[in-house]
Design a protein around this ligand. Structure first.
Ligand code: ZN
Ligand code: ZN
Ligand code: FE
Length: 760
């Protein structure tokens, strides 16, 4: 019997080769009907025998293109009307919008053509197809169509045009389709603007790289600063020029070469080799790469080539440093002018092309947790602008996010469009980038916010922006502030769709607390709409406020003075002096605390890490965020079970007193226990008191779910221990997956809590 079904598919189904796939599948199963793009997905009608239709629906979900993602598939029985063939129909534009696909790493098929000397796209550095290529980074307007991308200035040649309109072709409706005849071109310039004459700019650039030059190379979301990762002199020079003494650099290598420098499990390989192709932090293996790339670090940030130009370069030179081209804390540079203006003292050449990058985005970064799967640190290229589900429907909302590692979220109903990583909102360039992306997101996703959500910190630029939005708005735009760590916890609950009550542990750097103090070592109980702070680390003084974060020894001096008095400070910092601090500076800090002048109080876990790291003499002044804490993590010895004594002071909220813990560290230092063991004991102690507090809370509030959020959980040593111990104790543990555990998750949490708060 002939039947007919309509199938509506939502998700990432446009710009990823979905319609040709449906077309082939339908023909394969001898089904008639049509497929077409609509503004919110793909519509299919199939007519044929029952078993074929069943097969069709099954294979639709199992065999769909690698870069596609089906979020929702609905079927409806219809009366057959006697279609005589299967066709791809003209798109149907409804009110609403289509999802924009993220940029997709070059696919296998394209690579085969790239290396096939008989193919017309042999070594063509812009090769792409419906399954791969640039998407997000080239679009300036929706819906996604060539004329609304930066491919609009390249007129397709007749060969490309033929492919573009041939439904069975892999390039059918591949918007960035092009070839060497009609497509963009690479060119190599010296930094003073003169073009390097060559008929192969890419291999010429590779030659220069081999000779130790540092070059800016235009990729998908921006330029990279590139150098030979096996040449230590190059790395040292780059560090000096970029004023980046120790922060690790990422490396790009082909799969077969990657295996030689890092350990790669199957699970990790699946992610790094996916269409997203993020940077992954993997454990180092052999010393092909010079130590300077990631000094004193057990991990190496690595990625596979994801644009054709990368593949062509790596053919000539196997290991490349690839670091975002920017000057400290500014957004990534995306055009030649930017390179000349900003990077002229770092690179001597730049390899660029004439396909404009419309939307800048950095490489995404993550690592793999054996028990919890992928954990993302920076969510940008390959992920944006795919929306993240919200646990409930929200009104049109703009959440402006935090100050550091800013992302904003534009949301409506159950979809949250979390922006790419914007950066630290403390310079004009980053602010411009923020405003540019807010405008674009509003336009693309047709969301005009009715609610603005922001952090409580009165001085954050993001908070000021929120106030300005309200002032400028012509209608009754509402504004809600959400506490930083509540946003963290709610973000984690939200992305995991935990709607009932849970314990929330926020271990973080800093965030403005509801009592005006700086929070960051917090315990909460609550759900998506109400959070109560039920525990925290004891408050200790930060001399000079957040400025002391750059010099963590100042934190240690302040903490030790407050807890034990001047003698212990002298003992730790003047006599033994793992870090040399001038006597006068010690006195100044002590006086600040004595007179309570220019001192703020904090319960931050990040600062406690800084304190212990300084006591061990690991770092004097940090050169990138959390450097001291990261060093403390990396030296931690394995298989140590001891813990420092600690005390939890009863009350509401509970407080973790830190004097016993730090006294334990001091004693170990005097007994000349190795820093690795001290670090391990310190980590263990955190897990122990966290579990003890949680057990108390479980008894009082009767809950067995716990979630972890905050920048400190980027510490894999700590996170793994927490997951293990809480799991052993019978807790259901939730961590971030789709969003970073650092402040990159804040705007999403603000969206949820802001809406819940606004409803009350
Ligand atoms: Zn392809
Ligand atoms: Zn062409
Ligand atoms: Fe935070």
């Amino acid at each position: 019997m002939i039947r007919k079904k309509r199938i509506t598919v939502k998700g990432i189904v446009q710009g990823v080769g979905f319609r040709p796939f449906v077309y082939r599948l339908a023909n394969d199963l001898d089904l008639k009907g049509f497929v077409r793009n609509t503004t919110d997905g793909v519509d299919i009608e199939v007519e044929g025998i029952t078993s074929s239709i069943t097969q069709f629906i099954k294979r639709l979900q199992e065999e769909n293109p690698k870069a596609a993602r089906i979020d929702n598939l609905l079927t409806k029985e219809l009366v057959p009307n006697g279609y005589n063939r299967f066709v791809i129909k003209e798109s149907k534009i409804l009110k609403g919008f289509t999802q924009i696909s993220p940029d997709i790493a070059t696919c296998e098929d394209c690579l085969n053509e790239l290396y096939n000397s008989h193919d017309r796209r042999y070594e063509f550095p812009f090769i792409n197809c419906t399954n791969c290529g640039p998407r997000y980074s080239i679009i300036f307007e929706t819906p996604y169509d060539r004329k609304r991308t930066s491919m609009n200035k390249f007129k397709m040649c007749s060969d490309c045009e033929k492919e573009f309109y041939e439904v069975t072709d892999r390039r059918f409706h591949a918007q960035p389709d092009c070839c060497a005849v009609c497509g963009p071109r690479f060119a190599l310039y010296s930094i003073n603007g003169s073009e390097v004459k060559t008929n192969n700019p890419i291999s010429k650039a590779a030659e220069f790289l081999k000779r130790g030059r540092i070059i800016a190379i235009k990729g998908i979301g921006g330029f990279h600063i590139v150098g030979d990762a096996t040449n230590c002199k190059v790395i040292k020079r780059l560090r000096r020029l970029k004023n980046r003494p120790t922060k690790p650099f990422a490396i790009m290598a082909r799969s077969r070469d990657l295996m030689k420098i890092v350990n790669l499990t199957d699970d990790e390989n699946k992610i790094i080799d996916s269409p997203v192709a993020p940077i992954m932090l993997l454990t180092k293996r052999r010393k092909i790469i010079c130590e300077e790339v990631a000094p004193n670090n057990p991990y190496l940030g690595v990625m596979l080539p994801y644009a054709p130009v990368h593949h062509l370069l790596l053919e000539k030179i196997p290991y490349l440093i690839m670091t975002s081209a920017n000057i400290q804390d500014e957004p990534i540079v995306a055009d030649g002018t930017g390179v000349v203006e900003k990077l002229n003292n770092i690179v001597s050449l730049y390899l660029t092309h004439d396909r404009r990058i419309e939307n800048r985005c950095d490489d995404s970064i993550g690592f793999y947790l054996s028990k919890k799967g992928f954990s993302i640190i920076r969510r940008s290229r390959g992920y944006v602008p795919v929306p993240i589900d919200l646990p409930f429907s929200v009104k049109p909302t703009l959440a402006v996010g935090p100050y550091l590692k800013n992302t904003f979220t534009l949301a409506s109903q159950q979809e949250a469009y979390v922006s790419p990583h914007i950066g630290d909102l403390d310079n004009l360039e980053t602010m411009d980038f923020f405003n540019e992306m807010v405008d674009k997101y509003k336009r693309w996703f047709r969301i005009e916010p009715e609610l603005i959500v922001h952090d409580l910190h009165p001085d954050y630029l993001s908070t000021k922006i929120a106030f300005e939005f309200v002032e400028r708005s012509t209608f009754n735009l509402k504004r809600v502030g959400v506490q930083h760590h509540i946003a963290h916890i709610v973000s984690c609950l939200g992305e995991n769709k935990v709607v009932d009550k849970a314990i929330g542990i926020a271990f973080d750097g800093t965030g403005f607390g509801l009592d005006g103090k700086i929070w960051g070592g917090e315990f909460f109980v609550g759900d998506l709409s109400a959070q109560k702070r039920v525990g925290h680390l004891d408050y200790l003084p930060l001399p000079g406020g957040e400025a002391s974060i750059k010099k963590p020894y100042r934190i240690a001096i302040a903490y030790l003075y407050k807890l034990f008095g001047e003698d212990v400070v002298t003992l730790t910092f003047r006599k033994r002096a793992p870090i040399k601090v001038r006597s006068k500076e010690v006195t100044t800090i002590i006086n600040m605390i004595k007179q309570n002048r220019n001192v703020v109080y904090t319960s931050s876990m990040g600062r406690l890490f800084d304190c212990v790291a300084s006591m061990l003499g690991l770092v004097k002044e940090i050169t990138y965020e959390a450097e001291a804490a990261i060093n403390l993590e990396y030296i931690a010895a394995k298989r140590i079970r001891q813990v420092y004594p600690y005390r939890i002071k009863d009350g509401e909220p509970l407080t973790v007193e830190l004097n016993d813990i730090l006294a334990g560290v001091i004693m170990d230092l005097q007994r000349r226990i190795s820093p690795g063991i001290i670090s391990a004991k310190f980590h263990n102690t955190i897990v122990h008191f966290s579990l003890e507090i949680s057990k108390k809370l479980s008894r009082i509030y009767n809950m067995k779910k716990v979630c972890f959020s905050g920048g400190v959980f980027q510490n894999r040593y700590l996170l793994n221990l927490m997951i293990d111990k809480f799991g052993d104790a019978g807790y259901e543990v939730y961590v971030h997956h789709q969003l970073p555990t650092n402040d990159g998750c804040i705007s999403y949490g603000q969206t949820i809590f802001g809406n819940a708060k606004n409803r009350q």
